[in-house]
Design a protein around this ligand. Structure first.
Ligand code: DOR
Ligand code: ZN
Ligand code: ZN
Length: 395
């Protein structure tokens, strides 16, 4: 063994066990009661989780380097206990061609954590095939941003997927931001969008992941269609529409009643993903939509466990096992011999206070400024490499 992780509580074969983990050549080799190793991490009083996978991240870079780049974004991930990020294609330039994917592959050469890409779909049916083997899934935007896809186009795309038997998951942003603004942030835009996609997915037998669902009504529709999975974000679970002055995000924050509905229906949700969408403070004051989230998701959810709003086993499904299964990351999402040594160690006793100035994201602020809680990641391990130790990033 290269080293062991000893004395921890390990989530193994769907239950918590006291066990040691042996790691060699970037792989999990053994899980057993007592491991005889000279080099080890002592995880006494801590829990060892399969590495956290954030299925919805905007790493930016290129022409939006001022917001975030691959280096700062993946350091933020490591600092937040996240070992894999799935990067969204609404960049400048957008990830809608093989060339664009190749450009991003260069950027991820020396990143801290694993980065996988979504391929964007926008007037590029031929590129759908050429990008296929280099991406984790496809992404479609129904909102009024540059990658907007119309309803007739959506039909063509689904038909194309069915005809070519493309089995990669399509993630869809269903909320139309223009419609939402026009009608005053009502929920109808999201609900109608989900209904439309649900019908298409049934008609063509295509599996779809619905991004950042913010309404209990939306979750209900999704749960009735086995072709659909969905994500919820921490900001929709923890922040309401009156939280503070720069709350723009798409879909919008909801009221206390909807938030309670999201928590109540969390059993029907597949993934919690941050939708890490960094913008500078100036841009936020001008109405830019979205929040950074890579470094706050895990502490907020661990605190929810401490407060008995969530079970630890559910958390692992939502932030690791399900995203791995849904997006086909076959050696991730579980602690198992032969699996990739991506691990997140957490301490449920550790108290924290969130401060923008402590974060690694380039944007340097958080909507959770000053929030206090209990439960934080202490170690982030990627391919057996220890990126964070006792809460401190190593160089
Ligand atoms: O709030 C949002 N920000 N929603 C999106 O769909 C896009 C994201 C971004 O890229 O900033
Ligand atoms: Zn979105
Ligand atoms: Zn997004």
């Amino acid at each position: 063994m290269d080293y062991g992780i000893v004395n921890g509580k390990v989530y193994y074969q769907d239950r918590w066990v006291r066990a040691d983990i042996g790691i060699k050549d970037g792989e999990i080799r053994v899980i057993k009661k007592k491991l005889d190793v000279d080099v080890y991490i002592d995880a006494y009083n801590k829990c060892v989780l399969p590495g956290v996978i954030d299925a919805h991240v905007h790493l930016r870079d290129m022409n939006q380097k001022h917001k975030e780049d691959f280096k700062t974004g993946t350091l933020a991930a490591a600092h937040g206990g996240v070992t894999t990020v799935l990067d969204m294609p609404n960049t400048e330039p957008p990830t809608t061609s093989l060339d664009a994917i190749n450009q991003k592959e260069e950027l991820r050469r020396d990143t801290a954590v694993h980065v996988e890409f979504f391929g964007g779909i926008k007037n590029n049916l031929p590129e759908i095939m050429s990008m296929k083997d280099k991406i984790i899934g496809y992404k479609i935007y129904m909102d009024s941003t540059p990658l907007h896809v119309s309803k007739p186009e959506l039909r063509e795309i689904f038909e194309f997927f069915a005809k070519n038997k493309i089995n990669k998951r399509i993630s869809v942003h269903v909320d139309d931001s223009e419609l939402t603004k026009r009608i005053g942030k009502q929920k109808i835009s999201e609900i109608r969008g989900i209904e439309f996609i649900s019908n298409l997915s049934r008609q063509f037998g295509i599996k779809v992941n619905i991004c950042h669902v913010s309404t209990p009504e939306g979750i209900k529709i999704i749960s009735q269609n086995p072709n659909l999975t969905c994500e919820v974000t921490p900001h929709h679970l923890f922040l309401n529409e009156e939280n503070f002055g720069f709350a723009d995000t798409n879909p919008p924050l909801r009221n206390q009643r909807d938030i309670a509905g999201l928590w109540k229906n969390l059993d029907q949700v597949d993934i919690i993903a941050s939708d890490h969408a960094p913008h500078t403070m100036e841009e936020k004051h001008e109405g830019a939509e979205g929040f950074p989230g890579l470094e706050t998701t895990l502490p907020l959810l661990l605190n929810a466990i401490v407060c008995r709003r969530l079970l630890p086993s559910r958390l692992i499904a939502l932030i690791s096992r399900n995203p791995a299964r849904i997006f086909g990351l076959t050696d991730k999402g579980e602690i198992k011999p032969g699996y990739c040594a991506n691990l997140t160690i957490v301490d449920f006793h550790k108290k924290y206070k969130i401060r923008g100035e402590d974060l690694y994201t380039k944007c340097g602020w958080t909507p959770f400024e000053g929030w206090e809680g209990k439960g934080a990641p202490t170690h982030t391990i990627v391919d057996g490499r220890i990126l964070m130790k006792d809460g401190v990033l190593l160089d």
